[in-house]
Design a protein around this ligand. Sequence first.
Ligand code: ZN
Length: 231
Amino acid sequence: MQAIKVPFLKPTDIDHAVRQILREYGAWREEPAKPPIDVDEIAEGCLGLTLEVDDLKARLGMPDVLGATWFEEGRICIDRSLEDKEGRFAFTMAHEIGHWQLHRPVFEMEKVTLPLFPSPGGGTATPAMVCRAMEGKAPVEWQADQFAARLLMPSAAMRSAARDAFGDDVAAIEGLDASRNTGVLIPPLRSLADKVIAGGRFTNASNEAMCYRLLDLKLVVDADENRARLI
Ligand SMILES: [Zn+2]
């Protein structure tokens, strides 16, 4: 669906892009960014984008659309269905900021053709990134998701919150690897995530997003792996 072809980015490239926007945001706010990271303020205040919440599903005729970014107009729109779901709303906003930061330069340099969609502001169809649920793993969407997780849960703040929650030991959970292979987030992992959300004030991160971030940063490991490490 998306016509935009993006260069391969390593996780460290995405880390770098997130550190950069957090620095710019901190300078704009005149205080270092800290959780909960106000992604609406980053988009609207720091980046000067127009934010809208609208019935995108009806407007674009797509039942599974979550958010969209119109590069040419500097406009981000989030679907109204996410309005009362703080974690998913913030993640989608952070994901759209990811498209803006990572992919707008590609769009501008290469003059790639994005699919045309009517602007929420009315008027003629304009090119837009349109982000849907269950979109699969197109690199452009994967990169924006990785950016979003890092923006809402920056690694330094995560490490410090994990230290506060678990001490200097890595948190270890029995059966973690087996559960990961089946794509299930088991209750002990979910409760660790709740603890880090509360302790680190990541209050606009969903439990699910926090579980994946803890795994990604290896702040929680399988108990077997931990025992092997200690021998
Ligand atoms: Zn997207």
